[in-house]
Design a protein around this ligand. Structure first.
Ligand code: CTP
Ligand code: MG
Length: 264
């Protein structure tokens, strides 16, 4: 019997249930301000991307991680990942592959997905910018896909009420924006990653649903456009996305709290 029975386990269908995680990490991090590409910036001395890879490799079901590096940075990212141990467990055998990314997140995910072999049945897509997602959240997403959901998204209720506005752009930028609606907050969810998919469903979404311009910021949204049902499972506060400078402060505080708790 394998020491890691979850890995390569059989799904109810009898197919081998192999899970891979694609980590888009090719963004610049413009909203974080000047500096290295966001995924390479350190959190308590360790690059954000390394935290994110560890979060995926830490799930027993994940046997392959595909890191999507900045288009001209694949070699640098490969060297970086080789320089950091990827998990605390010596028996961990998660394979890590690095591929170059694209101009938009959607393009980067598509390139990462192209490196996932057909033997993989479940694909997670996880932002490098969510380095602190707990393993229980990852496992809950994988479990829901293995239980038959084609697309699963971790999500949380909102704290803030949300307004829809008519954006003022061009010459009118900076003017007060008229409110055109207030969706009922209780019906809204803020979605996180990892988002989990039946591999064929996600591949079909990327083949058939091409969004113009900035592309999709959310893979589940592309699957929705296919007409396939997407479900949510509970997300986690610590799966927040590092987007602006204050998020770095919060991330380092979370790491400090974890370290303090580990000490007891
Ligand atoms: N991403 C990517 N390829 C791109 C753009 C984004 O792989 N061309 C990745 C980012 O590296 C990040 C994730 O998508 O892990 C979520 O994107 P976001 O938080 O918007 O990161 P950035 O695009 O880097 O940040 P910004 O929008 O502030 O520039
Ligand atoms: Mg972005």
């Amino acid at each position: 019997m394998s020491a890691r029975p979850d890995r390569g386990d059989s799904a109810a269908s009898g197919r081998p249930a192999r899970t891979a995680a694609v980590i888009p990490a090719a963004g610049r991090g413009v909203r974080l301000g000047p500096g290295a590409p966001k995924a390479l910036r350190p959190l308590n001395g360790t690059p954000m991307l390394v935290h994110a890879v560890r979060a995926m490799a830490g799930s027993r079901s994940v046997s392959l991680v595909v890191v999507v590096a900045p288009p001209d940075g694949a070699d640098e990212v490969r060297r970086l990942l080789d320089a950091y141990p990827l998990s605390g467990s010596l028996t961990d055998t998660t394979e890590v592959v690095v591929v170059p990314g694209g101009e938009t997140r959607q393009e980067s995910v598509r390139k990462g997905l192209a490196a996932v072999p057909e033997t993989v049945t479940t694909v997670l897509v996880h932002d490098a910018a969510r380095p602190l997602v707990p393993v229980d959240t990852v496992d809950a997403v994988v479990a829901a896909v293995r239980d038959g959901a084609p697309a699963v998204v971790p999500a949380l209720p909102l704290s803030d009420t949300v307004k829809q506005v008519e954006p003022r752009i061009g010459e009118r930028a900076g003017e007060p924006e008229p409110v055109v609606g207030t969706p009922e907050r209780a019906l809204l969810r803020a979605v996180q990653t990892p988002q989990g998919f039946d591999r064929a469903t996600l591949v079909a979404a990327h083949e058939k649903v091409a969004l113009e311009g900035e592309g999709a910021t959310d893979d589940a949204g592309m699957v929705e456009r296919l007409g396939v049902e997407v479900v949510v499972v509970p997300g986690h506060e610590e799966a927040f996305k590092v987007t602006r400078p204050l998020d770095l402060v919060l991330a380092e505080a979370v790491l400090a709290r974890r370290r303090a708790n580990d000490g007891f």
